[in-house]
Design a protein around this ligand. Structure first.
Ligand SMILES: [Zn+2]
Length: 53
């Protein structure tokens, strides 16, 4: 089973990932860095705060 992960800020479709994945990614649209975790069919997205210049 794969899940679509979507940026919580801008709604950009980031990637497809399967259960048990843990991915660190930059949104190409709004440049937010986040950690995506898929566990037991639930998509958890944590934003990683980074300095913006
Ligand atoms: Zn975004």
């Amino acid at each position: 089973m794969t899940y679509y992960t979507v940026c919580p800020d801008c709604g950009y479709k980031l990637l497809k990932a399967s259960d048990g994945s843990q991915i660190e990614i930059y949104c190409p649209k709004c440049k937010a860095k986040m950690l995506i975790e898929i566990k037991d069919g639930k998509i958890l997205i944590q934003k990683i705060l980074a300095d913006k210049t």
